[in-house]
Design a protein around this ligand. Structure first.
Ligand SMILES: *Cc1c(COP(=O)(O)O)cnc(C)c1O
Length: 374
């Protein structure tokens, strides 16, 4: 074998349906990680599959300077469902690229270079996005990175007030830190970030790559706080697993006309997958279902007397702080109980299941967790 970078797990996956993955030996796995929130409407949803098939037959690709119906529709859909004032859509192929674009657009619109980011934050692994990411492990081997980045403690409004000034191009925040351990920001902090950036003429950027697409019980996590950013980035679940990222911007960012581009921007097949995914999320009110299922899941976990330190998050973005190594626990869950989930740091079990799960899936997860923890 010649692959590298990823260490592979001893489970070969062949097929997916709803909340389940099926291995090549026929074993059924309950998927509570959804490969990092990538399947909000479940694996291989028939509507998404049909949309992809039919678009692939018509046209696999044409560059973004020629309008095609699926791309035009997605521009409109994303502008419609995004927070008020965010009407301008840039499409790319991943979360890190969506954040790179956001950095460039904010620098271009403000004529400034300083970016404020947060401790424990995660924004991706290309050089710009990596420079805003907190963890040394991801950064050290590749330095020097961008140097005009200032880190503040997530949730500390006073510290934010000290660093946001008339040299600041943008403040980047995840409304709930994902990779950093599932830490929700409180409403007052997001509101303060809004006020400070507005006063300073800086862009407020919400990285909703993990929290978006209905994950937290509303389509975007910032809706809970009622705070509208100048730029919102999304990716992960937006096209049900086909590579798509989006940077959605206010007029003052887009009107500054940033020079940017990408060969694969807005390919019709990925746009068809995204349109079908967004239609399902909106028409079936899946975010509201995610809110209900999230409450149910957390209640069920808390009703057990499992040795866990904390259960936190919002909707179906749930972190369980455990007393032993998360990786070992995840291995036991996969191999003994056929349940897949994710870590977020050494001691947090991260749950990002498809948003379409029902109570029986939550019960199955909790029973499995009890089995491996006892
Ligand atoms: C996953 C993630 C990214 C990076 O997205 P990629 O598609 O892996 O490049 C950026 N920000 C957040 C909050 C993420 O969860």
């Amino acid at each position: 074998m010649s692959g590298f970078v990823f260490s592979e797990k001893p489970i070969g996956i062949e097929r997916g349906e709803g909340a389940y993955l099926y291995a090549d030996d026929g074993t059924e796995y309950l998927d509570f990680g959804a490969s990092y929130a990538v399947t909000p409407v479940g694996h291989s949803h028939p509507d998404v599959v049909d949309a992809v098939k039919s678009q692939a037959e018509d046209l696999m690709y044409v560059q973004a300077s020629y309008p095609v119906a699926e791309r035009t529709e997605l521009y409109e859909k994303l502008a419609t469902v995004s927070p008020p004032g965010l009407d301008n859509v840039w499409l790319c192929n991943s979360g890190t690229e969506a954040n790179e674009a956001a950095m460039k657009f904010a620098r271009n619109a403000t004529g400034r270079s300083k970016i404020v980011a947060t401790r424990r934050g995660f924004h991706g692994r290309t050089f710009g996005a990596l420079s805003m990411t907190w963890k040394d492990k991801y950064k050290k081997p590749f330095e020097p990175l961008l140097d005009d980045i200032e880190f503040v403690s997530y949730g500390d409004g006073d510290e934010l007030a000290e660093v946001v000034d008339d040299e600041t191009a943008a403040v980047f925040l995840e409304p709930i830190q994902g990779e950093g351990g599932i830490h929700p920001a409180d409403t007052a902090y997001l509101q303060q970030a809004r006020e400070l950036t507005e006063e300073a003429g800086a862009a407020l950027v919400f990285d909703e790559i993990q929290t978006g697409m209905g994950r937290t019980g509303t389509l975007w996590a910032c809706e809970h706080a009622g705070v509208d950013p100048d730029i919102l980035t999304t990716a992960k679940g937006v096209a049900s697993g086909l590579p798509l990222g989006a940077t959605v911007c206010a007029d003052w960012i887009a009107d500054a006309d940033p020079e940017h581009g990408s060969t694969f921007s807005g390919g019709p097949v990925v746009c068809a997958a995204a349109n079908a995914t967004l239609d399902l999320l909106v028409e079936e009110d899946i975010p509201a279902h995610a809110a209900e299922m999230g409450d149910y899941l957390v209640d069920e976990i808390e009703a057990t007397d499992l040795p866990v330190r904390d259960v936190r998050g919002r909707g179906l973005m749930v972190g369980i702080e455990v007393k032993r190594g998360a990786n070992r626990l995840l291995r036991d869950l996969a191999l003994e109980e056929q349940v897949l989930a994710l870590p977020a740091g050494r001691t947090v079990l991260r749950l990002l299941p498809p948003l379409t799960i029902d109570e029986s899936h939550a019960d199955e997860f909790v029973a499995s967790l009890e089995a491996v923890l006892e």
